[in-house]
Design a protein around this ligand. Structure first.
Ligand SMILES: [Zn+2]
Length: 276
């Protein structure tokens, strides 16, 4: 297919936590984003993480920082959402947000998760923003909320649930990230097989995701073997898989002016943030 011929390849890491890298790693991490040309959406587990992501974003045109409250942290923020509200307008997307009924077993925590997710979804609806959403063990509940809040654009992160809600999310046109588990998990490979090629994105969920799967954090170039594994699952070559992911991200971003920096990076011209 029509690759960005002559220029170096562009990769997409649509879900990463750059703020969680120790300072001693960060220089090498940012250098790798630059050298390997990895457009990185740096999601936040909490507002403090967003602040650190913003500082990191200042150091690299390949980084886009987004605000979120992870469902594991929802109980700490559910009663003080007013304090987060003023921060929302400047964040070009929202994430990491969502529900987690698999890793969080204590049902008394669920009301706070729902309240926080409703808060972000309502803002996403009002501000027409992309959300980066976690669905572990609550796939149907998240899908119902996506429908209820009429969320137009979503990145469904590391989906690992049943097929039915996946199919409903596919029907609504959402994007799905695949990460390091596509290298080893038959379930994730079969979900990648079921997900249409024009709705697939890549992620690393670094550094915590690979830490959980491999026992240690990875560098951003982890996205390369992820692309290779997706190419195998989809029966296409690696360059095509990489290019399809880039184009999917471009179509998700669309003409959203708040994401013009991401768009320029996807076009291989990073650092031209304010040309619109
Ligand atoms: Zn994450």
């Amino acid at each position: 297919m029509n690759d960005s011929s002559g220029s170096r390849p562009i990769y997409v890491d649509a879900h990463v936590h750059l703020d969680e890298y120790p300072d001693t790693w960060l220089g090498a991490v940012l250098q790798q984003l630059e050298e390997a040309q990895i457009v990185s959406i740096s999601t936040a587990m909490a507002p403090q993480a967003y602040q650190r992501s913003l500082e990191i974003q200042q150091r690299s045109p390949w980084v886009c920082a987004t605000i979120g409250v992870h469902p594991w942290n929802a109980r700490h923020f559910a009663d003080t959402l007013d304090a987060i509200e003023p921060l929302l307008s400047d964040s070009p997307m929202f994430g990491e947000i969502g529900l987690d009924f698999r890793n969080v077993r204590d049902r008394s925590m669920y009301a706070a998760q729902v309240k926080v997710l409703e808060f972000f979804m309502s803002a996403a609806k009002q501000q027409d923003k992309i959300i980066n959403v976690h669905t572990s063990g609550a796939e149907t509940e998240v899908m119902d909320m996506l429908e209820r809040f009429e969320i137009r654009r979503a990145i469904v992160h590391w989906y690992s649930g049943p097929l039915d809600p996946l199919k409903r999310m596919v029907m609504r046109g959402y994007m799905f990230t695949f990460g390091c588990e596509v290298l080893s998990s038959g379930l994730i490979q079969s979900l990648a097989h079921e997900t249409p090629l024009d709705q697939i994105l890549t992620e690393t969920d670094n550094p915590g995701g690979p830490q959980w799967v491999f026992g240690e954090p990875a560098m951003p170039e982890l996205v390369k073997p992820v692309v290779q594994a997706l190419a195998i699952v989809k029966g296409i070559d690696e360059a095509e898989a990489r290019e399809r992911v880039r184009r999917n991200m471009i179509s998700l971003v669309g003409d959203d002016a708040r994401l013009s920096g991401v768009r320029h990076a996807l076009d291989g011209s990073p650092g031209r943030y304010f040309t619109d």
